[in-house]
Design a protein around this ligand. Sequence first.
Ligand code: 5RP
Length: 229
Amino acid sequence: MDARELKAEAARIALGHVESGMRLGIGTGSTAEEFIRVLGAKVGEGLKIVGVPTSERTASLCRALGIPLSNLDETPELDLVVDGADEFDPALNLIKGGGGALLREKIVATAASRMIVIADASKRVEALGRFPLPIEVNIFGRRATEIAIRRAAEELGLSGELKLREKDGEPYLTDGGHQILDASFGRIPDPRALSLSLHAIPGVVEHGLFLDLADAVILASDAGVETIG
Ligand code: 5RP
């Protein structure tokens, strides 16, 4: 199976966890979009859910497929969120934000009672950090924030390139109007310490370490589909 088929397979299994009446967080990215497609088909067959999208991109696809949407002001508590990830480790800690939606994804995941991650085998790692860590920063004072991030990382023995994410030759802007620095720190031995240090920097809006949020990972590989957690 190619990567898309594997993602679609994980998405189909995740759909089995969705029950009528649920308030459902809906993730962002190519794997989440496979889930949105099967969810849309099921809604067409009569499944009653209300979805809270984690990005404008996800919201548009949901609307196109007829999935009823709400937001966290109207629906502040969710039963489940289904989302993709860039990496997950054996403790089900994640790196997310490759698709630029990390802030809304983390807010939605925190509002949900359960988080199911759908992934293909390329996302499984022994330790987080192979994928550059997305750090969402306020535009104001970005260079100063960059220096503060570098210092905080160095105190934890981490170093590496901090690359401003771009799209069409311009700085990429998130749905919240912020920018993203992709940090190539390499292996992150203590994600919790890094998370705390990054949160202590005022210009950091959020980072892509999702710690203690995922309850299960549905992992599709050529060997079949495995639910971890
Ligand atoms: C978006 C994300 C995505 O879930 C993550 O980047 C994985 O994307 P894909 O399913 O396309 O590999 O965190 O912000």
